[in-house]
Design a protein around this ligand. Structure first.
Ligand SMILES: Cc1cc2nc3c(=O)[nH]c(=O)nc-3n(C[C@H](O)[C@H](O)[C@H](O)COP(=O)(O)OP(=O)(O)OC[C@H]3O[C@@H](n4cnc5c(N)ncnc54)[C@H](O)[C@@H]3O)c2cc1C
Length: 489
C-alpha cells in the first residue's frame, strides 16, 4: 500500500510525515502529498482515514486559543466538561468502529430537558395555549417522514454523487418544506424536526425540503424512532474523538494556529501554499501534490488566499447560508427564573407547527445541568441563528435584547435595579451553516457543477458544503472521496 503524506494547517495538515527543510529563520519549507485546510469533521477524519492508505485538529484560524469544534466548557479546577455544541454522533457506517480504533469509549446520548415556557422573543409575551402533538400522532408522522426520506436517501448521503439534475429531481425535494408537510400530512412530526436541527436552517417552512432533509434526513428520523443508534463520548466530552484523531495524526503533521495567506493552485502540478502562524508570524511554504479544502467555501476574506477562479467563484457564490453560534450564557434573572424558555412566534398556538421564528433569532435559553460542567452556578444554552453577515456583536446584542424583553414582561424575575449585562460564559462560532441553493439552481445542475470541481486545480473538497451536516456522515463521505483523490499518487 502506498504511503501518503498529508499536512493540516489549522488550517493545514499533511497526509504522512512531512519532509522538512529549514529555510530562513522565520520560515520553513515542507513537502507533502496532500495539504488539508481545516481540521473539523471533514479535515480531521479525512487525515485519519488517509493514514490507512494517512488529522485533525485544527487551531483557531484567527490565531487565538484552539477553537474546539465540538463547543465545550471546562470550568477551571474541575474535571468535568459540558458539551454545548455538537451533542451526539449518529452511528452511521464506520462511526462506532472509528471510535473503537481511536480508543474513545462511547455512551448512549441522554439529554434531560428541563421544563420550559413558550414565549415570543420578539415581543417578550407568552404563547398561551400551545399544544404539542400527542406522542402517538408524532410517532406516526415521523414514520411517514422517515419513509419519505428513505426514498431519497441514496441521493443525499453520504454525498450527492447520485443526485439528479433537471426534471429528474423528485418534486418533493424541491417543494417548499411547508408545502411538503401539508401535502403528506406530517404536521405532527414538525416540532421534533424543528427542535433537533430544523431551527438551525432558519425558517424551515420556507426552505426547500431538500435543505431540511440535509439537516434532518433518514438517519435522524430513524434515530428518533429508535431504529438507528447514536452515541456520545463516555467522558461526556465529545472533543475526545478529535483529540484522539490529532494524536493519531501526530503534531509534526499539524500546523496549529496557522492560516494560509497565499496559494498557487495549478491544473496538474500541485499546489504551493504559504501559511502564517497567527501568533509567531512564522511562515511555512508547503509544496503539496494536492490540496484538500475542508472548510466551507464562502466568505470573501476566508477564500481570498485560495485565489478562486471564475468557475469556482460562480459556483460558490450561489450558496445561501446562516451564521450560527452556540453559546452558554448566565444572568441573575435566568438563574432566579430557574427554567428554560423556548422562543416561538405567537402564531404557533395552538398547533400551527410550521410557524417558527424568523432569522435572526435565538432558539431558547435552555437551563443546563451545572454539575455536568463542574460549574458553581447555572448556565443557559442558546443557539443564535443569524444572517450571513451577522457578527458576534449582533449575536450578543440579540441575546441581550431577548433577555431584556423576558424581564420587562415578567417572564423572568427582575433581580437587580440596574440593568446587568448578560454574561457569555462560552461561545462556539460555527460560522456559515446549512449552505443551500435555490430550486432553480438545482434544476440547472448545481450539484453536478459542484462535484465537477473535485480535482480542478489540484484541489479537492470535503465537509458540510459537499456532504451533510452530520459529523459521521461527513466521515463516510471521506471514505468515498479519498480513494478517488489519492488515485495516481
Ligand atoms: C450548534 C451545533 C450543533 C451540532 N450538533 C451536531 C451533533 O450533535 N451531531 C453531528 O453530527 N453534527 C452536529 N452539528 C453539525 C456538525 O458540527 C457540522 O456539520 C460539521 O462540523 C461540519 O464539518 P466541516 O468539516 O464542514 O466543518 P467544521 O467541522 O466546522 O470544520 C471546519 C474547520 O475549519 C476551520 N476553519 C475555517 N476556516 C478556516 C481557514 N480559513 N483556515 C483554517 N481553518 C479554518 C474551522 O475553525 C473548523 O475547525 C452541529 C452543528 C452546530 C452548529
Amino acid at each position: 500500500m502506498p504511503q501518503y503524506r498529508s499536512m493540516f494547517l489549522s488550517l493545514v495538515a499533511l497526509l504522512a510525515s512531512p519532509t522538512t527543510s529549514i529555510g530562513p529563520p522565520t520560515s520553513q519549507v515542507l513537502k507533502t502529498d496532500v495539504a488539508i485546510i481545516g481540521g473539523g469533521a471533514g479535515g480531521g477524519s479525512c487525515s485519519v482515514a488517509s493514514q490507512r492508505y494517512g488529522p485533525e485538529h485544527c487551531a483557531d484560524r484567527a490565531g487565538r486559543h484552539p477553537r474546539w469544534q465540538c463547543g465545550q466548557l471546562h470550568a477551571p479546577g474541575s474535571d468535568k466538561s459540558m458539551d454545548f455544541g455538537v451533542f451526539s454522533f449518529i452511528d452511521y457506517a464506520g462511526a462506532s468502529a472509528l471510535f473503537k480504533r481511536l480508543n474513545v469509549s462511547t455512551a448512549p446520548p441522554a439529554r434531560v430537558r428541563a421544563p420550559t415556557k413558550y414565549v415570543d422573543f420578539t415581543t417578550g409575551k407568552p404563547v398561551p395555549g400551545y399544544v404539542s402533538p400527542p406522542s402517538a400522532a408524532a410517532k406516526a408522522a415521523m414514520e411517514k417522514y422517515a419513509a419519505l426520506c428513505e426514498k431519497y436517501e441514496d441521493m443525499i448521503v453520504p454525498g450527492y454523487w447520485h443526485f439528479p439534475a433537471g426534471d429528474a429531481i423528485p418534486a418533493d425535494l424541491l417543494l417548499r418544506f411547508g408545502d411538503f408537510v401539508t401535502r403528506h400530512g406530517i404536521e405532527d412530526a414538525v416540532p421534533q424536526i424543528y427542535a433537533a436541527t430544523g431551527f438551525g436552517i432558519g425558517r424551515q417552512a420556507d426552505e426547500l425540503t431538500l435543505t431540511v432533509m440535509q439537516g434532518f434526513g433518514a438517519q435522524m428520523a430513524r434515530s428518533m424512532l429508535g431504529r438507528q443508534g447514536g452515541f456520545i463520548a463516555a467522558s461526556h466530552r465529545n472533543q475526545d474523538v478529535y483529540d484522539a484523531m490529532a494524536r493519531e495524526i501526530g503534531d509534526e503533521s499539524i500546523l496549529y494556529g496557522t492560516r494560509a495567506v497565499r496559494s498557487v493552485r495549478t491544473p496538474a502540478n500541485g499546489v504551493i501554499l504559504t501559511a502564517k502562524n497567527q501568533k509567531t508570524g512564522k511562515e511555512t511554504i508547503i509544496h503539496a501534490g494536492k490540496l484538500l479544502m475542508a472548510i466551507r467555501p464562502v466568505g470573501e476574506e476566508v477564500m481570498r488566499p485560495f485565489d478562486l477562479d471564475p468557475r469556482e467563484r460562480s459556483i460558490f457564490s450561489k450558496f445561501e447560508y446562516v451564521h450560527e453560534w452556540a453559546t452558554l450564557v448566565r444572568h441573575p434573572s435566568l438563574v432566579a427564573g430557574n427554567t428554560s424558555v423556548d422562543n416561538f412566534p405567537g402564531a404557533v398556538a395552538p398547533s400551527n407547527y410550521l410557524e417558527t421564528p424568523r432569522v435572526p433569532f435565538l432558539d431558547k435559553f435552555e437551563l443546563q445541568d451545572n454539575t455536568a460542567g463542574g460549574l458553581e452556578s447555572r448556565v443557559f444554552r442558546s443557539l443564535v441563528i443569524g444572517t450571513k453577515d451577522f457578527d458576534y456583536a449582533d449575536a450578543k446584542g440579540l441575546l441581550q435584547t431577548s433577555l431584556d424583553r423576558l424581564i420587562v414582561n415578567d417572564i423572568l424575575p427582575s433581580t437587580t435595579s440596574e440593568k446587568q449585562p448578560l454574561e457569555v460564559v462560552a461561545l462556539s462560532d460555527h460560522g456559515p451553516m446549512h449552505l443551500r441553493v435555490s430550486a432553480q439552481e438545482h434544476r440547472d445542475g448545481f450539484m453536478q457543477k459542484l462535484y465537477a470541481l473535485q480535482g480542478h486545480r489540484s484541489t479537492w473538497w470535503t465537509g458540510a458544503a459537499f456532504s451533510s451536516h452530520f459529523q459521521t456522515i461527513i466521515w463516510e463521505f471521506n471514505e468515498v472521496l479519498l480513494p478517488e483523490m489519492l488515485k495516481g499518487n
